[in-house]
Design a protein around this ligand. Sequence first.
Ligand code: GLN
Length: 274
Amino acid sequence: MLGVDRTAVLAHPEVRIDAGRAAALAAVVDRRVAGEPIAYIRGFKEFRGLRLAVDPRVLIPRPETELLVDVAIDRTVACLGSVAPSPRSRASQPVRVWDVGTGSGAVAVAIADALRRRRAAGVRILATDSSPGALAVATANVVAHRVAHIVQLRLADLADERGGLENEPLVDMVVGNLPYVPTDEVARLAVAASFEPRLALDGGADGLDLVVRLLSLLPSVLATGGTAVLEIGAGQAEAATNAAAALLPGCFATVHPDLAGIPRVLEVRPMARD
Ligand code: GLN
């Protein structure tokens, strides 16, 4: 904005700014006063130590979603380390991760970045979204963080057959921060959320429409022994685990609480098929 960093502003409070910069500063202050999130005004948000581009085409990554990423990384690493039950060789068959509703690409990029830091090769992430605008933002983030060799982006809708994975092999892990706010509650969210895409927030009457749709797809997309980790909202743990039990009889289902103690991540492992 002023072309200098925060340290320069603090170190030289006496510096006067010209009229053009003063006007530009006043304009962003006005946007903030109107309730626009700082992340949209600045054009980026920190997520798991990564600077991610964001704009109103995507949800701003939330700190609680870092838990989703942590669980996903943990399960992916376990999958990499496990002796493959089938004779397939990990060298030629990567561990496949599907990030559903990737938005800004935050989850996919954070997983890819963490695996790269651990030098864990052999993972491919397919990140899908039904919003072309979101995919444009995700593309910028994938490129900026140099994980394009790990993360592939694709326009796809959960309503599509196999959620858009028609011609894809089964995946080893599904991760998703789908919209899960009940429709009636969307209007009651903090004003900042009114600047975010409704598509990324509104999960239908009880908020679980898309989560349930995804659970119903798991038998057709998830490989034997595969895991799904899905972000959910406050008060949804019971309904989400009940839906998992109903749709995937005999599955393992558990919910991980976030740092605020709110049940936040639903982890589901369908029963192994013979
Ligand atoms: N945690 C977000 C909120 O409460 C919702 C994100 C989502 O629906 N995936 O604003």
